[in-house]
Write a protein that binds this ligand. Structure first.
Ligand SMILES: Cc1ncc(COP(=O)(O)O)c(C=O)c1O
Length: 373
């Protein structure tokens, strides 16, 4: 007899994991928006030091990490949430805020974890299409907010489309969102955004107790293997609610130690941002030379259409190009798994990684038709 699962298991989409895991071949891994740069020696040492005490449970309040974050961002410790990756905070927010009858508003295509929040809670998802430039359409999102809305997520820069909104647009949007609605501004990639100073959004917290800025050590700090993220919140109550719905000890001791140390090396962070932006400029230019039209990236990845005469043709191109790139040892992410068949999302890697990707792409792109849509 087959096991009987809850209805929510039937609703929750399976996370579209990249296909790179378990592969024995040395692949160029450009599928998960990771940092191509290894963790700093000082961070590795801090983790090794913490490993000596693994017979003890971690600090359930991540006290030192929250203290350091409070010093860096000027947000009181009591308004800082920590998570086992920022995904953990997103899922906890869904659990704390949503239930059947409630609504969540987010853009689409956007980060693939957002649909889990409605599916897991039984709330209704209102997914608002991006605008013609593949940016959030905040005006359309505002129109979808009702008395039943509990949560709005704005992903800035947006994954998978790499585009960002200016700070002023977000501030204007938040000024119009009713106070009963929690707004998570997911800023996983904000350090790569040159439209505004990434610290601008901190000003929003003073004015809006309903807002959380969601950030992570997974991207610019290159520590996604550790799983640690944080939310800078406009109110203490939100932090408490997130903790109420999770198991204690969600942030392990190695993650806490590594993150604390990583925060002390902002010069290295800035260096890595500069390297990534240099790669972004160069890769996007080469993509355009191939006849493609990458979106205006403000992140550590690019996003472009492969063209095609119709949806079927676009999906076929995606399959062919993905297959060709994998055969040549390059892993990228297919748009079909992320909400837009016929597009590709590619992380900027090291210069060598990017050369291999661009050479493989030039090899596999259809030669006899217009590539860009
Ligand atoms: C927009 C966005 N938010 C959140 C995350 C989650 O990151 P993590 O759980 O590693 O902190 C990701 C990861 O790719 C992301 O793209």
């Amino acid at each position: 007899m087959a096991l009987e699962f809850s209805a929510r298991v039937g609703r929750i989409p399976v996370y579209p994991a990249a296909s790179s895991y378990g592969s024995e071949q040395a692949m160029v891994r450009l599928a998960s928006n990771e940092s191509p740069y290894p963790p700093l020696a000082a961070v590795r040492e801090a983790i090794a030091g913490a490993a000596e005490y693994l017979n003890r449970y971690p600090d359930p309040s991540s006290t030192l990490l929250r203290k350091r974050l409070a010093e860096r961002y000027g947000v009181p410790q009591s308004r800082i949430a920590i998570g086992n990756g920022s995904c953990d905070i997103l899922l906890a927010a869904g659990e704390a805020l949503l239930e059947p009858g409630a609504e969540i508003v987010h853009a689409w295509p956007s980060f693939s974890v957002y649909p889990h929040l409605s599916a897991a809670s039984g709330a209704t998802a209102v997914m608002v299409p991006l605008d013609a430039d593949e940016r959030h359409d905040l005006e359309a999102m505002l129109k979808e907010i009702t008395a039943a809305t509990r949560l709005v997520v704005v992903c800035n820069p947006n994954n998978p489309t790499s585009t960002a909104l200016g700070f002023a647009e977000i501030a204007d949007f938040l000024a119009q969102v009713p106070g009963h609605v929690c707004v998570i501004v997911d800023e996983a990639y904000c350090e790569f955004n040159v439209l505004d100073d990434p610290e601008c959004s901190l000003d929003l917290l003073g004015a809006h107790p309903n807002v959380m800025l969601l950030r992570t050590f997974s991207k610019v700090y290159g520590l996604c293997g550790l799983r640690v993220g944080f939310g800078l919140c406009g109110s203490e109550r939100l932090v408490q609610a997130l903790d109420q719905v999770r198991q204690p000890f969600y942030c392990n001791a190695l993650a806490q130690a590594g993150a604390v140390e990583a925060l002390a090396h902002q010069d290295a962070v800035e260096q890595r941002v500069a390297w990534t932006i240099a790669e972004r400029i160069s890769v996007d230019e080469r993509l355009r030379a191939l006849g493609l039209s990458p979106a205006q990236s403000q992140a550590n990845f690019c996003w472009f259409d492969l063209g095609g005469t119709d949806a079927e043709d676009a999906a076929e191109r995606e399959r062919e190009v993905m297959g060709g790139l994998t055969e040549r040892g390059v892993l990228v992410r297919a748009g079909g798994a992320l909400g837009k068949p016929g597009a590709l999302r590619v992380t900027y890697g090291t210069t060598n990684d990017n050369e291999r990707f661009l050479a493989a792409l030039a090899d596999v792109l259809p030669k006899n038709s217009t590539v860009a849509a």
